[in-house]
Design a protein around this ligand. Structure first.
Ligand SMILES: [Fe+2]
Length: 535
């Protein structure tokens, strides 16, 4: 029996057990809003698990997606809107139910459920579950954000992402599931990878531990199936059951290195046959719809055609404001034909109107930062902001290094608005980095405006190694970079009114299951004192 099948059967057993222990199947069969609902599933419909996200002081989003046959078209559901009841309780046995309601899982949105819960108490854990017909979902644990005017003693959160299914086991997610008292997990993107399965091929990064189903994904059903394949992973499910998530997307939720309206297949060296923008827009539309369907996101984030407004801001008492950004939708295409590029040999890099956020999002961000109200202004985004002068004097054009004028505008904007302790969270490059951002990165007397913490990948890149290739030269070329590590894992942040402490948690391997985690590099930013120091 393959592991997917065994996992699904295990979920069946757990679901059936919870049903027997819960409030009883009859409660779930009560007619709701005048519609009798007596669905009988041939197999367990909650195979893709449950998740919660975007916590506010009195609620959050609760997510699930009905899929009795997770890899089949439409998850094997009959094509009719289906009532799903949700419950939020103060205790794991659901003796003290705090809120409950009913949502319709509709065929138009892949039978996903996004329940926007309100009316809960701030800054405390809750448990939640869904019911459909006689079936009961897994029980998830979530928590509300502290009240806006509260002064929480500390905030604990994780930065993680880049979970290529073929490159390794999601052991990092299992360890994240076991992290105690997280306020949230920031998922910086690359929740899925869009490429074809490697089955029968010799992958270049090392042994493939499992294979994507099918070819490169392009249609809505392709993307839905890919999300289903990822969501069947038990370690990922454990993390989603344990903590609320703040979700953003990077490139692979759509297409490698896409930029604005331009596909990776842009007519350049690697892909001489370009995909016209009007056709790439159709792919974006499918990709964004599937992303929304599969994530704990509010209805406000629902895409409109090929556009999605996913940037948003969350408040955690007076301790932190977290600004979730989109560095893909309104950025310039990677200049100079992509990577690697020698600067200043390629003059297009220095264009003065370079965009990474686009003017509307950039203004929105700086307006939010100017409101203040928190010790830490956290910019949670995807691609590396700090200058990285790589071996041979090359720069990665997919990152903010491809748009240095946009970086300077951002840093100047933060400085002019006297942003309170700005910290930038990043992912995307599959290794961990820590660095300071000076207004002029080439002048060591230039003021430090922000510090950046780049989390490594959960699996992407395979087992990795202690050092990034060329690390000694990179550190020599970039005195503002304090740390680099090429193991897989995640970053743990702990913020108080005095300091933010960041621990890089790594795994010695991901191509075998069950690695224990080890800490590499602890760094601290003191509130009111710009710059990273060793912890
Ligand atoms: Fe990635």
């Amino acid at each position: 029996m393959d592991t997917t099948r065994r996992h699904i059967l295990d979920l069946h057993r757990r679901g059936a057990l919870r049903g027997a222990l819960g409030l009883g199947a009859l409660a779930a069969l009560q007619p709701v809003a005048g519609r009798a609902q007596a669905l009988a599933f041939r197999s367990y419909p909650f195979t893709l698990g449950v998740a919660s996200g975007d916590p506010v002081a009195d609620g959050m989003v609760l997510w699930t997606r009905l899929a009795p046959e997770p890899l089949a078209p439409m998850g094997g559901m009959p094509h009719a809107a289906t009532e799903v009841r949700w419950e939020v309780a103060e205790d794991a046995r659901f003796a003290r139910v705090a809120q409950s309601g009913v949502e319709l899982a509709r065929p138009e949105t892949g039978f996903s459920v996004h329940a926007e819960v309100a009316g809960l108490a701030p800054g405390r854990p809750y448990f939640y579950r869904f019911r459909c017909g006689a079936e009961v979902s897994q029980v998830g644990r979530t928590r509300t954000a502290p009240a806006a005017d509260a002064a929480p003693a500390k905030l604990r959160f994780v930065n993680a992402g880049c979970q290529h299914l073929e490159h390794g086991y999601f052991t990092g997610w299992r360890h994240i599931a076991n992290e105690a008292d997280l306020d949230f997990v920031f998922h910086y993107g690359d929740f899925i990878y869009e490429g074809r399965g490697v089955q029968g091929m010799e992958p270049s990064w090392g042994p493939a531990v499992r294979s994507h189903v099918g070819d490169e994904i392009h249609t809505l059903e392709n993307y839905r199936q890919r999300y289903a394949q990822y969501r069947l992973d038990p370690d990922l499910l454990a993390a989603q059951l344990a903590h609320p998530f703040l979700m953003v997307f990077d490139d692979h939720e759509v297409d490698n290195d896409w930029a604005g309206g331009i596909s990776e297949e842009n007519g350049g060296r690697a892909f001489p046959v370009a995909v016209p923008p009007e056709l790439f827009a159709l792919r974006k539309q499918a990709a964004f719809q599937a992303w929304w369907e599969n994530m704990p996101l509010r209805r406000a984030v629902l895409p409109r055609g090929p556009e999605i407004t996913a940037y948003r801001s969350l408040r955690f008492g007076n301790l932190a404001r977290v600004h979730l950004l989109d560095t893909r939708s309104w950025r310039d295409d990677q200049p100079c034909g992509g990577n690697p590029v020698v600067v200043p040999a390629c003059e297009a890099v220095a264009r003065p109107d370079a965009q990474m956020l686009g003017p509307v999002q950039e203004k929105w961000l700086l307006d939010r930062v100017a409101e203040g109200g928190a010790t830490w202004q956290v910019l949670a985004q995807q691609v590396t902001v700090m200058r990285r002068d790589l071996p041979g004097g090359t720069f990665n054009m997919d990152k903010w290094d491809g748009a240095p004028a946009a970086r300077e505008r951002l840093l100047r904007g933060l400085a002019e608005r006297r942003a309170s302790n700005p910290v930038i969270l990043t992912g995307d490059i599959h290794n961990a980095w820590v660095g300071d951002l000076r207004l002029n990165p080439l002048d060591e007397r230039s003021p430090i405006i922000a510090s950046e913490f780049v989390a490594t990948s959960i699996t992407s890149g395979g087992d990795g190694s202690e050092a990034v290739p060329g690390q000694a030269e990179i550190l020599r070329r970039n005195p503002h970079i304090r740390f680099a590590n090429n193991r897989r894992g995640y970053s743990l942040h702990e913020a108080t009114a005095q300091r933010m402490t960041v621990t890089h948690r790594v795994l010695p391997y991901v191509t075998r299951a069950g690695a224990a985690q080890e800490d590499r590099g602890v760094f601290v930013v003191e509130a009111g004192k710009a710059g990273v120091v060793q912890g």
